[in-house]
Design a protein around this ligand. Structure first.
Ligand code: IPE
Ligand code: IPE
Ligand code: MG
Length: 253
């Protein structure tokens, strides 16, 4: 593992990594356990990955923890996940503070049970002065929900005379997203062998490098994260240009 850390170019780290933490249920079932057991084990991976991202110097880590569509799962699983959320956040705040990690939340938080909203708010307040890793939890989040909200708010501001439609740019739209404070992710990782975005950061991932691994989330650890970063560093990001232009730009810098 030390080898992997040594191979990573610290000057070319993705500033922002986004992860779809998938495969908890299948991981548990394969071991003859209940799906919830997979979610509990998944928390261990969250701990490990948050710590590993902070250690190597990633600035933003967004974790997709619960989607708008996940509300449609069996009630017992939703309730179990909400309890796990409250417990985990309560327990982890001191660890976040010790590691100078600031927590943020994106998503339709009003949908969450009161207790969860409360512990989230406490965690946001108690970590607000930290200036190390920014940990962004996507909870009750979906990109289409976010985009619809943005459109509603823009329309309202136009109606109220605060904005002229002809002045709307990509930056304006960006400012109305829940991620307005964060740069776009350069790297998006999805675990457990599914090759889809599942309503996650559709606008923000426009030019992200996508990395898919068969590893189930409860098995995903530091070395898997660093492997993904190494893979990312081996790619050429062209943003629509041609390779020679990118190489020339690299020489100038
Ligand atoms: C990801 O694991 C966690 C959440 C979506 C809350 P899953 O629960 O989706 O696990 P699989 O995909 O069914 O194995
Ligand atoms: C995406 O995983 C949401 C989270 C990881 C929180 P799902 O397991 O809900 O996605 P689908 O249903 O397989 O697309
Ligand atoms: Mg899944």
């Amino acid at each position: 593992m030390d080898d992997l850390t040594g191979k990573i170019d610290k000057t070319r780290l993705p500033r922002h990594i986004a992860i779809i933490m998938d495969g908890n249920g299948r991981w548990a079932k394969e071991k003859g356990h209940d799906r919830l057991y997979g979610h509990y084990q998944g928390v261990e991976s969250v701990r490990n990955i948050v710590e590993s991202a902070a250690e190597i110097g990633v600035e933003y880590l967004t974790l997709y923890a619960f989607s708008t569509e996940n509300w449609d799962r069996p009630e017992y699983e939703v309730v179990g996940l909400m309890e796990l959320l409250v417990d985990t956040i309560r327990k982890e705040v001191p660890v976040l503070n010790k590691n100078n990690i600031r927590m943020h939340v994106i998503g339709n938080i009003e949908m969450l049970p009161q207790r969860a909203q409360q512990s989230l708010q406490e965690a946001l307040d108690e970590t607000s002065v930290n200036n190390g890793l920014n940990l962004v939890l996507a909870l009750s989040y979906s990109s289409r929900w976010e985009l619809v909200n943005a459109v509603k708010n823009i329309a309202q501001d136009v109606k109220d005379g605060k904005m002229d439609p002809s002045t709307i740019t990509q930056d304006t739209l960006q400012q109305y997203l829940t991620t307005s404070e964060f740069p776009d992710p350069e790297l998006m990782i999805r675990t457990s062998g599914e090759y889809r975005i599942s309503n996650f950061l559709l606008y923000q991932l426009a030019y992200a490098e996508l990395y898919f691994t068969n590893t189930r989330w409860p098995d995903f650890r530091k070395e898997n994260l660093y492997e993904a970063i190494l893979d990312y560093q081996g790619r050429e990001r062209r943003f629509g240009k041609i390779s020679e232009q990118i190489q020339q730009e690299a020489e100038i810098h």
